[in-house]
Design a protein around this ligand. Structure first.
Ligand code: DUR
Ligand code: ZN
Length: 139
């Protein structure tokens, strides 16, 4: 399920995601991923994927950015940009969709860009993870 219209990702997050991807540690898949989010208070925080010889222990770029955000003292973000390799739309895995869900409002925007910084997809959180389970369900 994708949006009909694609809204361009903001330039500063594109640059941060591409810079983060350059730091990826992905010797096994060789699929380098970068992510950059903007917190509610306006900080830009990035992450890259970090793989492990014990394959399941690898961490996605989005998860790394979210961990760094929490460490920085923030728990909400409005937009995130994700970039993989080439022209492949690197859409977040299921686990990352749930992690993104925890720290966003339903109107947050998830941008997927390509190598060249072109926006391939712009999705609301509701499109990314419809009918999701979140903190409100526990109240
Ligand atoms: O949205 C995604 C999809 C994949 N990966 C990573 C996990 C693994 O290290 C590599 C190949 O799946 O890419 C991410 O970081 N984010
Ligand atoms: Zn993931």
């Amino acid at each position: 399920m994708t949006s009909q219209t694609v809204t361009d990702a903001p330039r500063d997050l594109i640059d941060a995601a591409l810079a983060a991807r350059d730091k990826a540690y992905a010797p096994y898949s060789k699929f380098h991923v970068g992510a950059a989010l903007r917190t509610e208070r306006g900080q830009i925080i990035a992450g890259c994927n970090v793989e492990n010889a014990a394959y399941p222990e690898g961490v996605c770029a989005e998860a790394g950015a979210i961990s760094a955000m929490v460490l920085a003292g923030e728990t909400k973000f409005d937009e995130i940009v994700v970039v993989g390799l080439g022209d492949v739309a690197c859409t977040p895995c299921g686990g990352c969709r749930q992690k993104i869900r925890e720290f966003t409002g339903s109107d947050a925007t998830i941008y997927i860009i390509n190598d060249a910084g072109k926006t391939l997809l712009s999705l609301t959180r509701e499109e990314l993870i419809p009918h999701s389970f979140g903190p409100e369900n526990l109240k």
